[in-house]
Design a protein around this ligand. Structure first.
Ligand SMILES: C[S@@+](CC[C@H](N)C(=O)[O-])C[C@H]1O[C@@H](n2cnc3c(N)ncnc32)[C@H](O)[C@@H]1O
Length: 227
C-alpha cells in the first residue's frame, strides 16, 4: 500500500492558510484559476490598466488568472499573448506558449506574434521556483525582472505600461532605479490580496522614455518633410 506523504509543520501551516484564505475561496466561487486574479483586479481598479482593444503580454502567466482578468476587462476585444514554463489550459482570446522567457525561442515567438504592432501593457508575475537560499532566489527573480523590463522598453507604445512583480530586499533599489530611468512615472503597489508576510510588491512603470523619444523624433521628421 502506498504510504501517505509525511506532513511537515510548514506544509500543514501552508495548507491551513490556503484553505482558510478568503481569496482562495473567492477565486473558486468566481471561476478564477488562482487567487492572484485579485491582485491584478485591485491594481486595475486603482490604475485603470486594462481597456478593450489592447495588446497585452503576460509573462509567467500560468495557471492563467491574470489572462482571465485581462480578457474580461478587455471585453474580448484585443489580444493577450501569454508565456509560462508550465502548461496552461487554453483560454479563449489568449495565445499562449509553454516556454522559458529567458530563452531566445520565447522572445522569437513574441516578436513573430507582434509583427503587426507594439504592446500597450506588459504584465510580469514571473517568479522562479524558490530554492530557499535567499540571495540566489532574489538574484534569479531580478534576472527575470530585468529581462521583462528590457522587453517592455523595446516593445511598449509611448503611452504603454509595465507591471512587474518584485521582492523587497537585495536588488530592489537597483531595479527600481532602472525602472525610473526607463519610465516617466514609477509607482509601487501592494494589493491587499498579496499576503502581508510576503516581500512581494509590484512596480508599475508608465510612459517608457525610449518609446516617447522615438515617437517625438518621428513627429519632428514628418513635420520637417511636410514643410
Ligand atoms: C505566481 S505564478 C503566476 C500566476 C499568474 N499571474 C496567474 O494569475 O495565474 C508565477 C509563474 O512564473 C512562471 N515562470 C517562472 N520563471 C519563468 C520563466 N523563465 N519563463 C516563463 N515563466 C516563468 C512560473 O512557471 C509560474 O507559473
Amino acid at each position: 500500500m502506498a504510504q501517505k506523504p509525511k506532513r511537515t509543520k510548514s506544509g500543514s501551516a501552508w495548507m491551513h492558510e490556503h484553505v482558510t484564505d478568503p481569496y482562495v475561496k473567492k477565486a473558486q466561487q468566481d471561476g478564477y484559476r488562482s487567487r492572484a486574479a485579485y491582485k491584478l483586479l485591485e491594481i486595475d481598479k486603482r490604475d485603470h490598466l486594462l481597456r478593450p482593444g489592447m495588446t497585452v503580454v503576460d509573462l509567467g502567466a500560468a495557471p492563467g488568472s491574470w489572462c482571465q482578468v485581462a480578457v474580461q476587462k478587455m471585453k474580448q476585444q484585443g489580444r493577450v499573448l501569454a508565456i509560462d514554463l508550465l502548461p496552461m489550459a487554453p483560454i479563449p482570446g489568449v495565445d499562449s506558449l509553454e516556454g522559458d522567457f529567458t530563452e531566445p525561442a520565447a522572445l522569437a515567438w513574441l516578436e513573430e506574434k507582434l509583427r503587426s504592432g507594439r504592446v500597450d501593457l506588459v504584465l510580469s508575475d514571473m517568479a522562479p521556483n524558490i530554492s530557499g537560499v535567499m540571495l540566489s532566489d532574489q538574484a534569479r527573480q531580478y534576472e527575470l525582472c530585468e529581462l521583462a523590463l528590457d522587453f517592455s522598453v523595446n516593445w511598449l507604445k509611448p503611452d504603454g505600461v509595465f507591471l512587474v512583480k518584485v521582492f523587497q530586499g537585495v536588488g530592489f533599489e537597483d531595479f527600481r532605479a532602472r525602472m525610473r530611468q526607463a519610465f516617466e512615472q514609477v509607482l509601487i503597489r501592494k494589493p491587499e490580496a498579496s499576503r502581508d508576510r510576503s516581500a512581494e510588491v509590484y512596480l508599475l512603470g508608465r510612459r517608457p522614455v525610449a518609446a516617447r523619444v522615438a515617437a517625438d523624433e518621428t513627429a519632428v521628421t514628418s513635420r520637417q518633410e511636410s514643410d
